[in-house]
Design a protein around this ligand. Structure first.
Ligand SMILES: CC(C)(COP(=O)(O)OP(=O)(O)OC[C@H]1O[C@@H](n2cnc3c(N)ncnc32)[C@H](O)[C@@H]1OP(=O)(O)O)[C@@H](O)C(=O)NCCC(=O)NCCS
Length: 153
């Protein structure tokens, strides 16, 4: 699956995907360009209207995948896995020690996917989503805590 790096301005189609993974616009702005110029964006499909994308930022010792989403009709075809594999490969090439990804503790499917990709649970950020302006409900539960998962090389 072809994964490309995207380095132009974010489009409406990108925002549609980004907000599926993280519904708070200000939070997404904080880790995407131009607010966060060091963020890198990877896409599958048409670069300006992709099937799937992810956002990666540098952190101490490696990289964090801050956002990952696939268009609803294109899910379960391995696109998120391909994006994660690309980020992990790139991180290794760059000499990183870790790659991290966080998701709501209610996100069973996301957690299973990340564990399949080799990530291991590494801690809980209690009340992470309490600061969000609107409550988020996932799998019938109020989203409150974030679980961080880490891949260590
Ligand atoms: C989470 C998300 C990014 C996963 O994207 P995806 O492209 O469907 O992910 P993949 O296809 O790589 O993997 C999803 C599942 O499909 C399976 N799959 C992958 N290729 C497959 C194929 N060809 N046939 C059948 N199943 C397949 C994977 O094994 C995985 O299975 P699992 O449910 O047992 O873990 C997507 O559901 C999404 O955008 N959700 C909304 C936003 C979101 O929650 N983002 C994450 C926030 S942290």
């Amino acid at each position: 699956m072809d994964v490309a790096e995207y380095d132009a301005a974010l489009t409406r189609a990108h925002w549609d995907l980004l907000l599926q993974a993280d519904p708070w616009v200000e939070a997404v702005q904080a880790y995407t360009p131009p607010t966060c110029p060091e963020a890198e964006i990877f896409t599958i499909g048409k670069p300006r209207d992709p099937y799937a994308l992810c956002v990666v930022v540098p952190i101490e010792g490696g990289f964090e995948i801050k956002n990952i989403a696939t268009k609803t009709i294109m899910r379960r075809q391995g696109m998120a896995s391909a994006l994660i594999a690309r980020v992990v490969g790139l991180a290794q090439t760059r000499g990183a020690a870790i790659v991290e990804i966080g998701t709501a503790t209610t996100g069973r499917d996301q957690i299973r996917l990340y564990e399949k990709c080799g990530f291991k649970k590494d801690g809980i950020l209690r009340d992470y989503f309490a600061k969000y302006p609107e409550p988020i409900i996932e799998n019938g539960q109020l989203v409150r805590d974030m679980v961080m998962l880490r891949l260590t090389f």
